[in-house]
Design a protein around this ligand. Sequence first.
Ligand code: DX5
Ligand code: ZN
Length: 222
Amino acid sequence: MALVAPSILSADFSKLAEEIRAAEEAGADLIHIDVMDGLFVPNITIGQEVVRAIRKTTSLPFDVHLMIEAPERHLEAFAEAGADIITVHYEASVHLHRAVQRIRELNCKPGVSINPATPVWVLQDILDELYLVLIMSVNPGFGGQEFIPSSLRKIGTLKDEILRRGLKTLIEVDGGIKVDNARQVVEAGADILVMGSGFFGADNYIELMRVLRKEIEPGRTL
Ligand code: DX5
Ligand code: ZN
């Protein structure tokens, strides 16, 4: 069963706590938190103090997506603030293996993300150390962009490799996912769907989740 991780980047920041509670009530599985530094990506978003503040609002796991240069400088800060999963970008870390080990030492689950132009094979030698791989299906930096169709092929390639090696690594997909294309993404091999504008742009999160679950779990009778 694929999990759904609403990205609070598209939530109303003036009432973040309320938005997170509403996402939880609607049946979200994880809360996806996009951290941007204005360097790795053009935007600046959320820092560890905001993560710490919203930690009190929900018991859902915090899925922290670090779109920052040299993320190893800030792992402790986000772990301490309440992250459960910490994902760093392949493109942003010279010592990726060390960063992944450090995330585990901090009792968090490690993820590595790849940009649309980065092939999945670069993760060959680190795949078995990872809790998840986050495939970016848009160029990171902004919510509300169009899904890049070639991401589907990448998800499939990675899924084959994970199955071939008998690994438990999860595939998370982030960017441009809506109710209309969610099924395709899950069928390609995704385990976790990140949804920003597709989730928080909906008028009714409960209704959105009902329709979405039906799309991605066709066998479900609810
Ligand atoms: C983009 C972020 C995404 C973003 C997705 O850089 O990593 O998590 O919130 O937003 P949508 O679903 O609107 O593409
Ligand atoms: Zn993200």
